[in-house]
Design a protein around this ligand. Structure first.
Ligand code: GAR
Length: 197
């Protein structure tokens, strides 16, 4: 079966991206990476991607006058590369409704909370401050509302006594690494089943 052409968007170290690239090394995995894009030229994930022989491109948002012109450049690279599905992996820019609608049903994100709890930033601190007994991560479809799209898969971890945002984020990140490749495979299946637009 033809593998879907995958783009991964990052902003930093790209440890989730790395797990996706590892999964894609198996020819039976339903996606193959064709490009990694970062909005920051200094993102260490860019060199990690090149280490996997994947094209890695910096499109620094600061070089563009508007969100739209920045996203148009991303869109140009995605279309030129024939991308079928996008995985956001620690991509820390909010996307405009225009971009989101162009990729509706073909773009997923990983978020470090049990959505719908704690969309946005500082998820681990908020979970600890709320006295939650468990935390976790979610992979979801990207829609206009930030972190609001339907959840594809989630993993849970306990919040332990004495946890800090740092210790909890480490525990959750390990779960993210296990979850994202499985959730992307599931998303690929769903994309395949949809009639092409
Ligand atoms: C991950 O924890 C990811 O869930 C989070 O950023 C981190 C990126 O780490 N994403 C968000 O908070 C998006 N709202 P990574 O670059 O090592 O994958």
């Amino acid at each position: 079966m033809k593998r879907l052409r995958l783009a991964i968007l990052i902003s930093g170290r790209g440890s989730n991206m790395e797990q996706l690239l590892k999964a894609c090394q198996d020819d039976a995995y339903p996606a193959q990476p064709v490009v990694v894009i970062s909005n920051r030229a200094d993102a260490s994930g860019l060199s990690t991607a090149r280490g996997f022989n994947v094209r890695a491109v910096a499109i620094p948002h600061k070089n563009y006058e508007s969100r739209e012109s920045f996203e148009n450049e991303i869109d140009r690279v995605l279309c030129q590369t024939g991308v079928d599905i996008i995985a956001l992996a620690g991509f820390m820019r909010v996307l405009t409704p225009g971009f989101v609608s162009r990729w509706a049903g073909r773009m997923i994100n990983i978020h470090p909370s049990l959505l719908p709890k704690y969309p946005g930033l500082d998820t681990h601190r908020r979970a600890i401050e709320a006295g939650d007994k468990e935390a976790g991560c979610s992979v979801h479809w990207v829609t206009e509302g930030v972190d609001e799209g339907d959840v594809i898969a989630q993993s849970r971890v306990p919040v332990k006594a004495g946890d800090t945002a740092g210790s909890l984020s480490e525990r959750v990140l390990l779960e993210e690494h296990a979850l994202y490749p499985k959730a992307l495979a599931k998303a690929c299946e769903l994309v395949r089943k949809k009639p092409s637009s």
